[in-house]
Design a protein around this ligand. Sequence first.
Ligand code: AMP
Length: 217
Amino acid sequence: MRIVMLGPPGSGKGTYASRLTSILGIPHISTGDMVREEIRAQTEIGRKIKEYSDRGELVPDKIIIDLLVERLKKPDAQRGFILDGFPRTIRQAEALERISEIDVVINLNVPDEIIIQRLSNRLVCRKCGAIYNRLTLKPKVDEVCDLCGGELYQREDDKPEVIRERLNVYRRSTEPLIDYYRRKGLIKDVHCNDLMTPPDVIVNKIIEIIGGLKKEK
Ligand code: AMP
């Protein structure tokens, strides 16, 4: 199964994708995680893209497409994948089409107030990337990852002034993809209107959608 998770920043793409990965046995490929890893490791690419990422802007298409193409060549991606944060522009979607088919695009619909509350309270593990939330998904011990004991931190781009910019960028560059994929008949809408909805409720909705598609085949 080749799945694209579409939705604004803070719609839960990463949280749901990381749970789906263990249920479906296919990798969770987050271009945001790949970007942060390049920056952390201070690679040549990392140095080029840090400023875009810190400002909440998109990294140039060419750089991100090259990173993704390499990732999709790896053996674990041959049986399927869950893409989180890619594509984000029509150009990226067209590039993806040239290298792989897509079975379904899960479009997460979440009101802005929930997104802002989620992102401004989000914490991420520095070591394993697990996602927490000060309001809804608290770690057992403050600031410590339940899974690996790593330190939890707030992403540079989860600061309030950057969140606004990321939402603008989403509206401008990524939202047109909803129509693009709807015309291809690939979109399945999933709604989350309540901040306190447990992630597993949404994950189960997505599993039902995927189960339905497998039956259709
Ligand atoms: P995310 O974790 O998906 O919110 O991504 C964090 C940041 O990485 C974004 O604000 C962009 O600067 C960059 N990024 C991640 N994925 C992409 C993409 N597909 N295209 C362009 N920039 C991206």
